[in-house]
Write a protein that binds this ligand. Sequence first.
Ligand code: THU
Length: 133
Amino acid sequence: MDKNQLIIKAKEARSLSYSPYSHFAVGAALLTKDGKVFVGANIENSSYPLCMCAERNALYNAMMNGYKKEDFVALALSADTDEPCSPCGACRQVISELFPREAPIYMSNLKGDEKETTIDELLPFAFSGDDLK
Ligand code: THU
């Protein structure tokens, strides 16, 4: 599974979005070392703060199937944005705990724009469990 295939999986996952309030569908796809792909889409709720983002759903989906941080090799996300869709702040915090700091994150949109980054770039100086010691 290469970068383009993973981005296609993220785009396909958008069709699973439940977003009747924002009408903004986001898809994510997480690749594991053994070649499995776990997808997520945003799931909204009429009580707005309960909305869950695509990236977190993908990570939680993988973890509920027994995978963990060390198993993850790449994450892709996609939405109908002008620029490649960028993870929100809450997702950055969760990604920083559950996804390797220097593994590629492929941000994309439906026009075919793509940008590769890492959580290290997206969330420098992250708060972490080490700070609680
Ligand atoms: N959303 C995501 O799924 N991922 C992001 O990184 C940005 C925002 C969702 C949350 C909400 O359902 C909708 O997009 C509008 O904010």
